[in-house]
Design a binder for this molecule. Structure first.
Ligand code: URA
Length: 293
């Protein structure tokens, strides 16, 4: 593949070195490491057991058994609800203000106890590109906006390279950015499956309200939870997927790129794929498309 001067300028903007591969790119890492640095603190068992054994709660006499015990499925569902709080309902009919207020007040999982605030999402509500990341980090939790840390700065440069921005602009240029999780996992640990499940209706509703031409899913958690797969990004890149009728382009997370800058070339390919897709969707919408779809 040959690059025009304009493309090379974009690459320079993204910080892609001039010697990166131009031929069909080498196979992507099959299982890219974790997107953001994730100190495994609370999620890991302590190496040495605590000196004093944990206190056992005082015994209480067992309650009388109900005449007919509930079916096992009901018991499991009730137990999950007791731990997690009720799964948000009615989300798929919410308008923007109701959705925003519901997310801000959500207590469906334990993350509400450690967050400073929920991070709803930002951007044009009619954006043509919607970007989906993993979860707020420390700075996002503090500022209430997604991708404001170092990864966010790289994301802004990536967007600029394809003529997009998160700042105020018409919907063809301004993106909408959201995360799979709206609340920061403590110490940036990995999201838990039940947290992802509880938060999912919010992201799906954001997608349905924005109705973008495409979703750019960034990083393993966003990709795997959107596409409901455990396949690594390296195997999912290079083709267009679909969720709720919206095309999904898969790429690496900007935090991963900060640690693996050589893979910016792969992300550049993904951005180009997304841009081609969006241009052809826009042309089809305005009836100016002449080539095959
Ligand atoms: N990483 C994400 O996935 N989302 C953010 O908002 C910040 C960092």
């Amino acid at each position: 593949m040959r690059w025009t001067e304009r493309q090379l300028a974009m690459l320079r903007e993204m910080g892609v070195p001039p010697f990166w591969p131009t031929a069909p790119v080498a196979a992507a890492p099959q299982d890219a490491p974790q997107d953001a640095p994730r100190p495994q603190t609370s999620a890991q068992p302590p190496r040495t057991p605590p000196r004093t054994p944990p206190r056992t709660p005082p015994r209480t006499p067992p309650a009388a058994l109900p005449a007919t015990p509930p079916a096992p499925a009901q018991t499991a569902a009730a137990a999950a609800e007791a731990i997690l709080g009720p799964r948000p309902t009615g989300v798929d009919a919410m308008d923007w203000p109701t959705l925003r207020d519901t997310v801000a007040a959500c207590q469906a999982c334990g993350l509400c106890q450690s967050r400073k605030q929920a991070v709803f999402g930002t951007g044009h509500v009619q954006a043509r590109w919607m970007l989906v990341g993993e979860a707020p980090g420390e700075q996002e939790d503090r500022q209430g906006e997604p991708f404001v840390g170092r990864a966010g700065q790289l994301l802004d440069r990536m967007l600029a390279a394809v003529g997009l921005t998160r700042s105020e602009a018409p919907p063809e240029q301004q993106v909408y950015i959201a995360n799979v999780l709206k609340c920061r996992p403590p110490a940036n640990r990995n999201p838990l499956p039940q947290e992802v499940a509880q938060c999912e209706p919010f992201l799906l509703r954001q997608m349905a309200l924005v109705q973008p031409d495409l979703i750019l899913a960034m990083g393993r958690f966003a990709v795997q939870s959107l596409l409901k797969t455990s396949e690594p990004i390296g195997k999912l890149r290079g083709r267009v997927h679909e969720v709720q009728g919206i095309p999904v382009v898969v790429t690496y997370h900007p935090a991963y790129l900060l640690r693996n800058p050589a893979d910016k070339a792969l992300v550049w390919d993904d951005l180009c794929r997304a841009r081609e897709l969006q241009v052809s969707r826009a042309a089809a919408r305005s009836g100016t498309h002449s080539g095959p779809m």
